[in-house]
Write a new protein. Structure first.
Length: 281
């Protein structure tokens, strides 16, 4: 059976699943054949030592100690997700939850869903967890977490800019909604920009020019891991990096090279998405 999860906000409390499974030996034994796969973009070599991804994985393992938890990459050479699912079926796994590290339901999420549908016949049931920013409440929690990490720089003369990847699909509208959530929370110096699509950094800078209030910019990635896009496209020395563009425009720039995965609040959102999926078994 195939099910694509939307985020279930049914009022479940934070950590019930692992506690219930541990307290009920029969339930724990029944779910020994359940696998939680944490799926992210990249290849296994790049992500194996990524501290942002590792932090989420550790949080999931702590929360669900009776389940198998593995990490799988959806990029690089070959389809690691497909191979991992095939091996899991050979190992006797009956139920699978795939929790992607994606922020949005963009084209990468659609590709993941397509892969799961091709492999669903191998299992009793397969569920896909919701991406990070699937609901307004998810966005609000992310907004609060990001502001807490940058509030010390909010002096009225510094723009706090959160740089995402962007997607060519309609899911890109979520970045605009995230900007609205910052505004609704009263964080008027927080701004969202993306590398691909809109709002572009240039568009955001045009708004700053009208305000004539910012001397400095703090750049922080709106990405789960601080990978190539962060180190090159955001903080790199190349001429077209966000940092270089801002410095040429006369801003002092501070780059915080840390992915969202390092934030406990972000880890909690992913854990809750997995709990919502588990509730469907």
């Amino acid at each position: 059976m195939w099910t694509e999860m939307a985020y279930d906000r049914s009022g479940r409390s934070g950590r019930c699943i692992s506690g219930c499974a541990s307290a009920d030996p029969d339930q724990g034994r029944a779910r020994k054949n359940l696998l939680i796969l944490l799926a992210g973009i990249g290849d296994s070599g790049q992500e194996s030592s990524d501290p942002d991804i590792a932090a989420i994985e550790e949080a999931v393992k702590r929360t669900f100690p009776v389940f198998q938890v593995r990490r799988v990459c959806t990029g690089g050479s070959g389809n690691d997700l497909e191979k991992t699912l095939e091996q899991a079926a050979r190992d006797g796994t009956g139920q699978v939850i795939v929790q992607p590290f994606y922020l949005l339901r963009g084209h990468k999420y659609a590709e993941l869903i397509h892969t799961l549908k091709r492999q669903e016949h191998l299992f009793e049931k397969v569920l896909a967890g919701a991406p990070l920013l699937s609901e307004a409440a998810d966005m609000d929690e992310a907004v609060r977490a990001l502001y807490r990490r940058t509030a010390e720089y909010d002096d009225g003369e510094t723009a706090l800019c959160f740089l995402g990847h962007g997607t060519p699909t309609g899911a890109n509208r979520a970045y605009g909604r995230l900007q609205e959530r910052f505004a609704a929370a009263g964080y008027e110096n927080c701004h969202v920009a993306v590398i691909k699509n809109t709002p572009s950094l240039e568009e955001v800078m045009a708004l700053w020019e009208k305000k004539k209030k910012y001397k400095r910019v703090v750049l922080r990635p709106l990405m789960v891991a601080a990978g190539t896009h962060v180190k090159k496209d955001m903080a790199g020395e190349r001429n077209d990096s966000a940092r270089s563009i801002l410095e040429r425009a006369g801003y002092e720039v501070l780059c915080i090279v840390e992915g969202l995965g390092r934030l406990p609040e972000i880890q909690d959102i992913y854990v809750r998405h997995i709990e919502a999926a588990l509730a469907k078994f």
